[in-house]
Design a protein around this ligand. Structure first.
Ligand code: ADP
Ligand code: MG
Length: 699
């Protein structure tokens, strides 16, 4: 079923070539337990990786079920890896914070089986390796032997024909090693197991065939397969044949209900849909961050050195992000991919519809989870050794940084920027979605956030930037302006900061679309360092937008003279320095044009905490301070939540409730709310704006 013909593998490293395999030919039986022995560096891992489709051979051929793999495309290799091969490594490679069960289930996400079936099969695989009673333990609560069993279960759960194990007992004591070997031996009754080991005794005792490798060649094979002799197939009688298995697989696929788009829509209430839509947007933004890292990892093969060099730099601009809501990308991609894979059971005589959207939405809903960020932040704070492993940990807050400029003609809001909206380019909901996903803008190279928090790691900033004028900020109310490598600032930023007059852009997109002749300032403006170091802004905490009138708090943002006073009373922010990315830096951590310090945010949170309006709301948790009316009860809120029936994580419920209750004055708890309002439920008698404003203040 599997045969290697004169496989050679060369690694080119710089000018020299390493021949890891120098012509290896082996035929394997369908069921046998093969051990590969040989000194370190002789090519064992390389051989295993080539058999498993993790690495490509340089010359020769690998035949799978009589089929040459010479013309295999990437997707063929993917399919082979996913369906025919299971891997077990010396270092179990389990995900530490996931339960044993999830670890095994995870291996099935890419093979298109439903959630319930995934669970069922994972439990079965774990029972098979003797861990049926340990499903909910975490890997770090287990012994090495148990972890290796989990890894074996994970390898088996896809029902592969071939199990590859690279020194599976390398990290285990003798007794545990023996148990693992027993387990592998029992599995080999109906599978091909190819195991690399350092331990000749274990190999002799348990495996049915030993192949010795030296310097890239086979020097001994204890039981070579002679193709001229027809060997009896050792398959146990009751075992289903391959055809049976395939038929069963097809049956399962067919059975899998695929809800169509309309059903999905009608099942979800209007409210749920918008709420979910927002959650989805956010989780997608988060995913892009993760995909960015995945890309970095995927190109690392072969350029590891370079990657190591730029990693700390790069990861500061593509950081690991943990958002309040997340979705499993594996699952989402799986759904996307599956539609291509599914073999059509109809003729090609007409054109058929392919129902993808309902499935897609279901997957998104099902896989969207809510993280307990409060606990997570506590964990980060309590584990100081994490600090040595990270460049910096940054928190985003739901508290809005309201920045204004003052001029003779009045006050202008510079952050959150209303520029795109003023231009008629985006609706405010789109803006909201964008600003919730600051990372997305950053990744696309067109951040809409002009203001961004600098990382707290001065060394890294020093490495990435030159201070070309002034100095780095030392106080909470000091900021820096960031220019590009050519000392330029793009005009979007200049308009946003009020350095160019944004009113000339009003409705420009709409006008252009209406066919009007429009002109955008194309002159190059020049600013001296001193002019820019003279820039002043005002920060106004959101509570200052409200005034108490007749016992309730009224939004005054529409009142020009009130706002003028509020801005005049705001905190003055000065630009104290200008930064330019260092010529050699491969990446830059400040995504905006203005970088502010972390303590500006903590200052603002304190201001908000101590404001009359927040104090009043905290003192009267049942009464909405904006209207003087009662909030909707928790019950009705919970009711809406459960009607969604999709929040699968048990923490989700408490989390989302915490979201809706104004019950803490602890600043720490406000941390990390990138998507703080993604699961909001607006109380009766309150506009969305009001509610949001309140939620922003209360965390
Ligand atoms: P083993 O698993 O038997 O210890 P390997 O298969 O890992 O040996 O390595 C065989 C030879 O190929 C070694 O000389 C090793 O240095 C070389 N080699 C393995 N992987 C790479 C690689 N990615 N790039 C360059 N050389 C490699
Ligand atoms: Mg090795």
């Amino acid at each position: 079923m599997l045969s290697l013909k004169d496989i050679k593998k060369d690694y080119v490293v710089g000018d020299s070539t390493v021949s890891a395999l120098k012509g290896v030919s082996i035929d394997f039986r369908e069921n046998e337990f093969v051990s590969i022995l040989g000194p370190s560096g002789c090519g064992k891992t390389t051989l295993l990786n080539i058999i498993g489709g993790l690495d490509r051979y340089t010359s020769g051929d690998l035949n799978i079920n009589g089929k040459s793999t010479k013309d295999f495309k990437d997707c063929d290799w993917d399919s082979y890896r996913n369906h025919s091969i299971g891997f077990v490594f010396q270092s179990y490679n389990l995900i530490p914070h996931q339960t044993v069960l999830s670890n095994v289930e995870l291996a099935l996400t890419l093979s298109g089986v439903s959630k319930s079936e995934r669970r069922e099969r994972a439990v079965k695989a774990l029972e098979q390796v003797g861990l049926g009673d340990q499903l909910h333990k975490k890997p770090n609560q287990m012994s090495g032997g148990q972890m290796q069993r989990v890894a074996i279960a994970r390898a088996l759960v896809n029902e592969p024909d071939i199990l590859l194990a690279d020194e599976p007992t390398g990290a285990l004591d003798t007794e545990t090693s023996v148990q693992i070997m027993e387990l592998l031996k029992s599995i080999s009754k109906d599978k091909l197991i190819i195991m690399v080991t350092h331990n000749p005794e274990l190999a002799m005792k348990y495996s049915s065939r030993i192949i010795k490798l030296l310097d890239g060649r086979v020097i001994d094979d204890s039981d070579p397969l002679d193709k001229n002799v027809v060997e009896p197939i050792k398959k146990p009688e009751k075992e289903p044949t391959k055809a049976d298995k395939k038929a069963a697989k097809k049956e399962r696929k067919k059975l899998k209900t695929s809800m169509n788009f309309l059903t999905a829509l009608s099942l979800s209430r209007n409210n749920l849909m918008t709420k979910k839509a927002r959650t989805l947007l956010t989780s997608f933004a988060g995913s892009i961050g993760i995909i960015g890292i995945a890309l970095i990892l995927s190109i690392s093969n072969g350029v590891q050195l370079y990657i190591d060099q730029v990693q700390s730099d790069t990861l500061s601009s593509y950081p690991l992000q943990i958002t309040k809501t997340t979705a499993s990308i594996g699952e989402i991609m799986n759904t996307m991919a599956k539609n291509h894979e599914d073999s059509a059971n109809h003729d090609k005589d007409k054109v058929y519809s392919q129902n993808a959207m309902g499935e897609m939405i279901n997957t998104l809903m099902e896989e969207t989870k809510v993280n307990n960020l409060e606990k997570f932040k506590k964990y980060l704070d309590d584990n100081s050794d994490l600090k040595d492993l990270t460049s910096d940990v940054q928190y985003t807050y739901a508290t809005t940084l309201n920045v204004f400029t003052e001029s003779d003609s009045g006050v202008m809001q510079v952050n959150p920027s209303t520029l795109l909206e003023d231009m008629g380019y985006m609706s405010s909901t789109q803006m909201e979605a964008m600003s919730m996903s600051g990372s997305m803008g950053g990744m696309m190279g067109m951040g809409t956030d002009v203001w961004s928090e600098m990382i707290d790691n001065e060394k890294l900033i020093d490495k990435q930037y030159d201070v070309i004028a002034g100095r780095l900020p030392e106080k909470y109310n000091e900021v820096v302006l960031v220019v590009d490598k050519n000392n330029e600032i793009n005009d979007y930023v200049l308009y946003s900061l009020g350095l160019l007059d944004p009113s000339s852009l009003n409705g420009i997109v709409r006008r252009a679309m209406a066919g009007e002749d429009i002109s955008v300032d194309s002159k190059q403006h020049v600013y001296t360092y001193d002019e820019l170091l003279d820039l002043k802004f005002k920060v106004v905490p959101t509570p200052d937008f409200y005034k108490k009138k007749d016992g309730v708090w009224e939004d005054m943002t529409g009142d020009e003279s009130y706002m003028k006073k509020a801005v005049a009373n705001g905190t003055e922010i000065s630009v104290v320095g200008i930064l330019r990315p260092d010529e050699d830096a491969s990446s830059a951590s400040i995504s905006g044009a203005i970088g502010y310090r972390h303590d500006l945010m903590t200052y603002l949170i304190d201001e908000v905490d101590n404001s009359e309006i927040v104090k009043e709301q905290i003192a009267n948790p049942d009464i909405d301070v904006f209207t003087g009316l009662k909030f909707k009860t928790d019950e009705s809120v919970a009711d809406t939540d459960s009607s969604s029936g999709t929040v699968s994580d048990s923490t989700a419920d408490t989390e989302s409730k915490a979201d809706k209750t104004v019950d803490n004055s602890d600043t720490d708890k406000k941390a990390g709310l990138v998507a703080g309002d993604s699961s909001m439920e607006i109380p009766e008698g309150m506009t969305e704006e009001q509610y949001k404003a309140l939620m922003e203040q209360s965390g």
